[in-house]
Design a protein around this ligand. Sequence first.
Ligand code: ZN
Ligand code: ZN
Length: 250
Amino acid sequence: MRYHIDTIPVWEAMEKETACPLCALYQKCEETEIDRSLGGSVMEPDARIRVNERGICCKHHQQLFMMQNRLGHALLVDSHSKEHLKKLDQLNKLVPAPAAKKSIFGSKKDTSIAELADALEQLSTSCVICEDIDSHMQRYMYTFLHLWKTDTKFRKTWESSKGMCLPHAAEMLRHAAKHLNAAQQSEFAGSMMQLIKSNLAEDEKDLEWFTLKFDYRNQSKPWGNSRNALERTINRLRGLCIAPDAPKKD
Ligand SMILES: [Zn+2]
Ligand SMILES: [Zn+2]
């Protein structure tokens, strides 16, 4: 079964003791997908067709751009743009007719400018990299719950972990609603709430000390675990967005 293959990365993410194992898995998937997008898959017909059709989001274009492979990146964007030019031709029919030409009774063929806006929005919101990462993440979340259900060592590791960031906690609980029975849901949700609350409380305490360190009276006092408290707290509240969140101590 698929979860056997995914068991290793899920365990590895738990053993990293980061603020959120799912953020760690997301980051790893993202790096792999970015590498792959400008590597061999640039020339694979199936991958090209998908990129041409779905495009790439702003965040992932930024990451591709940072890879310094301008030719590979340009090839992707060029064929995607060619595809879009064909689609834009088709969208011409959604341009509303001038009011004077419209029938006074209206017509089923009349389109509103909002339809054109919706169609343009659809051309600029999908991302193959986001979609690929998401399909990996769905499997990882399934595997996480499977391990939590069947492996007592995993459950213990989870209970002594730093929990998850709030967005991944929400996603995980939605998965739990589908894959766990009522008693398991209660136990899992209870452990989730306890972990996210105690870890946020700890981050907040460090963050408060971080702010107090700016007071000259505290200048000579030790930073303790507060140097990266701002990054850690943001990453916990919103998911990993300011890296790295490795612990730094005096
Ligand atoms: Zn997370
Ligand atoms: Zn994306």
